[in-house]
Write a new protein. Structure first.
Length: 287
């Protein structure tokens, strides 16, 4: 495989990594909460696509909006019942709580869905690019991600809710003084983070296997991505995902497939050593 093909492979892979990390980074930007249950949101999005495609016989691509909406609604439920109670507490409290939510959800999934690896019967074939065959599924996934990120950008920039989210992310106290309902905005922000995870899960389901611990395989990579891009930065998460994807593609192609498991923690360590704030992270946040 030539260099151009490897870079394209890394771009396709990295865009999916970036989307998986966007929800995690978005929630931190709005609430300064690291949501360890984000991995399970991705997993539930994948299972939504799987069951709707297999049991309801829907086109797998048409299930993606349902994954987005259902996981977004589930995120609202989790926020109102649990997260809201600790949103103003020390970050360690929310970290422990979201870890407990994560452990409960993946154990529940193992009981409800079993540990069997499942796959969505969706294959659109492949096309020849740069002398190598690339699955159409991955190319469509990339286009969906680009559309979603652009839509999110315009939502945050031009809508009243988006402006309120940015205001709360910048300074929640001043936003509250200005009449913004901070709790409501945080709920919406947490829901958007869940919706992004739902889409990521659905897109993963049409490319890889679905199983209860699938999110756990991604969460370290998500942390590496948001560290590279900067906590709270959606563009940074997308760029960090692409960097990781290209690094993994190069490592797999020119060294060994086991390099894929080494690169994420290595990039995480190097980022904290030489660029602690990440590419787009703020040095200080005022609350």
């Amino acid at each position: 495989m030539g260099v151009s093909a490897v870079l394209l492979q890394g771009l396709l892979l990295g865009s999916l990594y970036g989307l998986a990390a966007c929800g995690l980074s978005f929630v931190f930007g709005v609430m300064t909460i690291i949501n360890l249950a984000h991995a399970e949101f991705i997993m539930f999005g994948a299972y939504t696509t799987f069951f709707m495609a297999v049991i309801l016989k829907m086109n797998a691509l048409l299930t993606i909006p349902f994954s987005m909406v259902l996981v977004g609604i589930f995120a609202i439920f989790i926020y109102l019942v649990l997260i809201k109670r600790v949103a103003s507490e020390n970050q360690l409290v929310s970290l422990i709580l979201t870890y407990a939510i994560s452990a409960f959800l993946w154990n529940f999934a193992q009981v409800a869905f079993s540990s069997t690896f499942r796959s969505v019967p969706f294959n659109l074939g492949s096309i020849l690019v740069f002398g190598s065959n690339f699955p159409v599924n991955k190319i469509i996934s990339f286009l969906i991600i680009v559309f979603l990120i652009i839509s999110l950008h315009f939502f945050l920039k031009w809508t009243d809710i988006g402006k309120a989210i940015r205001a709360v992310a910048q300074n929640s106290k001043i936003a509250s003084i200005c009449g913004i309902n901070v709790q409501q905005v945080r709920m919406i922000g947490f829901s958007i983070g869940g919706a992004l995870a739902g889409v990521a899960g659905g897109l993963i389901a049409i490319q890889w296997s679905v199983f209860p611990l699938m999110g756990q395989d991604l969460i370290l990579k998500c942390f590496a991505i948001v560290a590279i891009g900067g906590l709270g930065s959606v563009p940074g998460a997308l760029l960090g995902g692409i960097i990781l994807g290209i690094a993994e593609a190069l490592g797999t192609s020119y060294w060994d497939s086991t390099m894929a498991n080494v690169i994420a923690p290595l990039l995480l360590i190097l980022t904290f050593l030489f660029l602690p704030q990440g590419l787009f992270g703020l040095k200080e946040r005022v609350d």
